[in-house]
Structures are given as structure tokens and as C-alpha cells.
Design a protein. Structure first.
Length: 132
């Protein structure tokens, strides 16, 4: 053999096989890891919603959506007046929570307060998927 360099691609093939196997578990692992952060965010949003009757607070929901190649988080307050309360510029805010207290922009302020919240679950899901 007169070649100066021999390339053995078996390590690359093994790595590719490992990633293919990991992909099968990634969405499930990601959904599990993100679920706990979504539940945390739901509680934080509820702690920041202005309360008059408690109806708006009761209707705050954060759901993890997992589809074929997608995992996302949907946040909503399913009332006719949720957007008006959220966007109300003159709303009172009491600074009783780390995110700024009960008042307008209750979703926005919570998300702004935890900008790195998804980093850890994504890293954990990737690590778990690659370990299998």
C-alpha cells in the first residue's frame, strides 16, 4: 500500500449510529424534562396574575406540546378578558414576587425573569438520549 494516510471511518459510523438511536428517545426525554419547567412557569404566572375573583388565575395553563419533530410550550389564560388584563398599562403592580408582583404583563414578566429556563432541560434530555 503506497498511501500516506489511511482513514478508518468506523468511529464515525459508531457515532452516527449512536445519534440515530438517541434521536428515537430525544423527543420523549425532552418532553419529560421540559414538563417540570413548564409546571414551574405555570405556578410563577399564577403568582403574578392580578386577582379580583380568582377566575383568571384559575384559567392560566402551560402545556407541553410534543409532535413528530417538535417540542414546544404553550401558555394561555383562557378567559375573554385575559389579554386586556395582561396588556393593561395602568394596572397596579405590587412587587410581591421575584418577577415583579401581581399586575399586568404577568406572562411576559415571568418569561423575562427566567431567560435561561430551557437550557437545563434541553441539556439533560440530550445527555439522557445519548446515554442509551
Amino acid at each position: 500500500d503506497k498511501s500516506l494516510f489511511t482513514f478508518d471511518d468506523s468511529q464515525f459510523r459508531a457515532l452516527a449510529a449512536r445519534f440515530t438511536a438517541a434521536e428515537e428517545h430525544l423527543l420523549d426525554n425532552l418532553k419529560q424534562e421540559i414538563q417540570s419547567k413548564a409546571e414551574f412557569l405555570e405556578q410563577r404566572v399564577k403568582a403574578n396574575v392580578p386577582v379580583k375573583t380568582g377566575n383568571l388565575q384559575k384559567h392560566v395553563q402551560v402545556k407541553v406540546i410534543a409532535e413528530r419533530n417538535f417540542v414546544g410550550v404553550e401558555m394561555e389564560a383562557d378567559t375573554d378578558y385575559a389579554v386586556a388584563v395582561h396588556e393593561r398599562p395602568e394596572g397596579h403592580q405590587d412587587n410581591s414576587t421575584p418577577e415583579g408582583g401581581r399586575g399586568p404583563k404577568f406572562f411576559t414578566r415571568v418569561m423575562d425573569h427566567y431567560p435561561e429556563i430551557w437550557t437545563e432541560p434541553i441539556e439533560k434530555a440530550l445527555k439522557k438520549s445519548l446515554e442509551k
